[in-house]
Design a protein around this ligand. Structure first.
Ligand code: LLP
Length: 431
């Protein structure tokens, strides 16, 4: 099975986090997102452990809540001592409502509005990551008007493209995020930020990508960033105390995927950071990481009801379900691959190859193509695995489909943490 929390009961049904998925689908209806709380907590602890063991605990793990933002997630990660990365007023609002301490929140974004910046400063978020020069100017102005001196980090493009096989150092100037290192733009931004009277420049941030399977680009980003911090010390006499290295460790979506454990990635980054610090006699910075997918991705699956099966001779077989791109747009957007199985036939062989189609009025509304699956029949419960990240958070009401419920399982017990939307919810703001 894809993750160790997936098992098959004696009756041949799929269990996840100790709960029977066919029973859950019956009780809560479908489509249904199911999250395994124990696995989320184990992942949080795994990250904490590495920081403690390799770095004396001198860091903060901020869960990247764009992967899955709802109050219960913030409560869980907060109870595991993590902070949160938020990217919008909506995520910030949800995190604060859930009791996430503002000082443990990092606020991101390349297009934050004045209202969002004001909201972040009034709440007292721990760090605001500035993306471009005019934003620094706005930050300084708003801070002045509120009588605040927020801690600011600068988003740097370290010039590492982790998505090419041989990552290249010049590949990433063309990104909408942050200040480029190699053009001198980043150094200018540091000078500007340091000069603003209402801002406290505390450090630098970088994020080299997502769903990355190679360790080396991460380690190289750590080296590049520490070298830049040392250059800032030499040229500007400024020793920045903090370094945020973003998120990005990849997870297993299919049985062919073999990513390194996130722990070994973080270990490699910290080793690289410490080595360059020692070489350049630079103090080890306080480090931040922002993992999203590797905390919640494998800890979730989605249940659907099979509505119909359509075989087009010599072309393909469609298995049609009661959800689709409105609850999981990742195949439509990225052609992302998933494993699926019939929860009520989990012990049977996946002897067919099918295309799983959604209910939206769009040919591209697929969960996947050429997927091995047990012979499906209408009424079966289909489970799509590893949907904990970037599914609910990217869901839409396309075709006015209500967003699905999220159920959290813990030791076999299930509770609703996000209610299913109703038709009234959907039409609420219509005039
Ligand atoms: N920090 C920053 C600044 C980010 O931009 C991201 C992701 C993360 C942390 C978390 O990265 P993770 O650990 O989850 O890889 N919708 C896409 C993923 C977009 C990721 C955007 N930024 C998908 O479904 O694959």
């Amino acid at each position: 099975m894809l993750t160790p929390n997936l098992t098959v009961s004696e009756q041949g049904t799929l269990c996840f986090g100790g709960a029977d998925m066919t029973a859950l689908a019956k009780k809560h209806g479908t489509p249904l997102y199911v999250m395994d709380e124990n696995m989320i907590r184990e992942n949080c602890r795994g990250y904490q452990r590495v920081i403690a063991e390799e770095y004396g605990g001198n860091g903060l793990i901020c869960y990247a809540s764009k992967a899955l933002s709802c109050k219960e997630l913030y409560r869980i990660v907060h109870s595991e001592q993590l902070g949160a990365d938020v990217i919008s007023g909506g995520e910030l609002y949800t995190a604060l409502q859930a009791g996430m301490p503002a000082e443990k929140i990092v606020f991101h974004g390349n297009s934050k509005s004045d209202e969002e910046l004001e909201m972040a400063m009034k709440a007292g978020v721990g760090r605001i990551v500035a993306d471009h020069l005019p934003e620094l100017e706005r930050l300084n102005r708003i801070a002045g008007s509120l009588g605040k001196t927020p801690a600011v980090m600068l988003r740097i493009k370290p010039g590492i493209d982790a998505h090419t096989h041989d990552f290249v150092k010049t590949g990433c100037i063309d990104s909408k995020f942050g200040f480029a290192l190699e053009t001198g733009e980043a150094l200018e931004a540091v000078k500007a930020a340091a000069a603003y009277p209402n801002l406290r420049l505390v450090g630098l941030h970088c994020h080299i990508g997502s769903q990355i399977f190679d360790t080396e680009p991460f380690a190289e980003a750590g080296r590049v960033m520490v070298r830049f911090m040392a250059q800032i010390r030499t040229e500007l006499g400024l020793t920045l105390p903090e370094l945020n290295l973003g998120g990005g460790p990849g997870i297993r979506y299919t049985e062919d995927d073999d990513p390194p454990a996130f722990g070994s990635i973080v270990r490699a980054i910290l080793a690289a950071v410490k080595a360059v610090c020692a070489e350049l006699d630079f103090p080890n910075p306080f480090v931040l990481f922002e993992p999203g997918r590797s905390i919640v991705g494998g800890a979730g699956l989605t249940l659907y009801t099979v509505m119909a099966k359509k075989t087009i001779p010599n072309v393909r077989t469609y298995v049609l379900v009661d959800g689709g791109m409105c609850d999981n747009p990742r195949y439509a957007l990225y052609h992302s691959r998933y494993e699926a199985l019939i929860a009520n036939k989990a012990a049977a062989e996946r002897s067919e190859r099918v295309t799983i189609g959604g209910k939206c009025c769009e040919s591209g509304d697929l969960i996947g193509e050429d997927m091995p699956l047990q012979p499906a029949e209408p009424g079966d419960t289909l489970a799509v695995l590893a949907t904990g990240a970037y599914n609910y958070s990217m869901a839409s009401n396309y075709n006015r489909n209500p967003r699905a419920e999220i159920v959290m399982v813990r030791d076999g017990e299930a509770r609703t943490v996000v209610r299913r939307e109703s038709y009234e919810d959907i039409a609420r703001n219509d005039i």
